[in-house]
Design a protein around this ligand. Sequence first.
Ligand code: ADP
Ligand code: MG
Length: 729
Amino acid sequence: MPGTAAEPIHDPADAAKETAAPARGKAGEARGKAAASGTSSAAARLAKLGLRRPVDLVLHLPMRYEDETTLAPIAEAIHRAGLGLPAQVEGEVISNEVTFRPRRQLVVKIADDSGELTLRFLNFYGNQTKQMAEGVRLRVRGEVRGGFFGAEMVHPTVRPVVPGEALPDRLTPVYPSTAGIPQAYLRKAIGGTLSRTPMPETLPRAVLDGPLARLHLRPLADCLRLLHAPSPQESEAALADRSHPAWQRIKFDELLAQQISLRRAHAARREKTAPTMPRREGGLLTRFLAALPFRLTGAQQRVVEEIAADMTRPHPMHRLLQGDVGSGKTIVAALAACQAIDAGYQAALMAPTEILAEQHYRKLSAWLEPLGVPVAWLAGSQKARDKREAAARVESGQAQLVIGTHALIQDTVRFAKLGLSVVDEQHRFGVAQRLALRGKAGAADTPDSAATAAETVPHQLMMSATPIPRTLAMTYYADLDVSVIDELPPGRTPIVTRLVNDERRDEVIGRIHHAAAEGRQVYWVCPLIEESEALQLQTAVETYETLVAALPDLRVGLVHGRLPPAEKAAVMDDFSANRMQVLVATTVIEVGVDVPNASLMVIEHAERFGLAQLHQLRGRVGRGSAESVCLLMYQAPLSPTARERLATMRETTDGFEIARRDLEIRGPGEFLGARQSGEAMLRFADLQTDAWLVEYAQEAAELMLARYPEAVEAHLSRWLGGREHYLKA
Ligand code: ADP
Ligand code: MG
């Protein structure tokens, strides 16, 4: 069979083969059999890569290519050695020996009319020695290097050929793979499947010629054939950076599948029932608004209306409230809670850190308990008895508002009648945690009503100060309605941000004095030490001691993650009440903490923090009317990206602008954090380079859902198979 003759003896693209080489000879044969024998073991191997259906194989696209379409004379390949370019040569084996110095290795020499070349293998199987016996003609691809014994290739790709055997006329694909699945095996499996699997067009003609006309999309089947086996004439750069028209088609189809399924998830949610919560005149909501010490900003009023309207409908709200740090989201959440309570339901508010949750608890109970609303507190650090007691009040329905951390979503916590769940700083939670709170609707339902209860879900409000750039919002959050608070409460003076070299620490301490003399308060944030929590703690303690010594007339406090919760709360209490002027803290104060009298923020080793984190930290000041200052202390020299981050912080306080630059510096994957982006389904499209395609995909998705239900099904099943559930959160 000519097919078998072309199987490579050694292919470095199979990294796994190198590492899995202990049983020489036998392993090789066993592998050969596995590839040739029963389809079930073949299927099992491919399933390891998630390749179950023929279409999965067809959509398993190369990461890169190798050009095996040309041959160079050995002398020329040697001449170009050192340029770092791979070359392909062909020659007859003139010697073959296993040497043991400096370690066991196989050294094969080949020759053509122009010269000789050494091939060196450090890992090899017994039968490879035979396959490269003297007189065998080999086609060899690799990089020629000037070795100790002259020009050589180490671990080249090698295959035996008959003299005059034709060269491939296409580039050779290299596929994403995993241990034990050689490239040759994948190429054969994919190549075969590709020729047997028709890939009919799923996009209706009217869509291709209508909203998508400007994209000039090529037929998908052609694009797949091209990408699996491009001709060497195709632009290598366009294939590599995936800007080639064939890649664009693939990315478009992938984005389209994503948009369609996000829209369907949205529609499915609308099918579900949620309690309707009409707004009652003279209810809690009205009394609360009347008691507020300030007036809502226009932006707050607008988002309150949007949320209130959602909650009057019999379908679950699924809304993201975005507003920059300090824009006043908490009050909006409190108003929504009032509406739920007015309608006879419970509301829950979950925050990612205990400090923040506790602050919410104190603030909201101060606002609402005087109006007769019982509030319960649930946190991990609570004494078992208190926790049980709180849980009992939640389960009996006695507690109308429940505030806490992740403790809220534990199995032991059951709500009598949860109608609204609010998740603060939602980006800090994983998808599963957010879903868990949503699933807590009516624990008091009896088993017989379980069927209907499953369909009834609470309204959900998510809040975040981390603005999501538009392109990300359109894709990852297409299933969310978004409200934006784009205005800060009046009377705030913009924060002035300065970069200060570490060496000017004394001046910084002088500024603390100055601020305290004016009755203001100060945060001092300790450096982030990612490698070691213990070290971070130690630094915090040292900084605290230094500041205590340097500022004998001021009260300095320390708060960090290891502090027992009661002490943590006591310190925060002292700081909130201005009994303490300086708070030395680790990043535990990063989100949410609200002490309006604090006006100076010092961040030590600011170069170690990410942009989003710096922005959040800086947002702890500038919450009152006094002019606030943020000093970013850094240690020179700065890396280029650190410099860029700090410059951004100095130039702008606009959270959206900062998020945009952050996205630019880090890319969307990191921006969202693995928990949110990891499960997202984009394999090929890149939201940074391909964002422009998203709008087309949205338009096409809408049109297809409205008019071409069969095309929708075909397209989704091709691209998603069973993976649709990833998008439901
Ligand atoms: P964030 O949006 O960062 O969660 P908060 O809800 O903590 O902001 O609000 C920041 C501060 O602004 C709080 O002290 C809050 O009481 C205050 N605040 C909120 N809304 C207004 C308003 N309309 N007028 C004046 N102060 C307000
Ligand atoms: Mg907040």
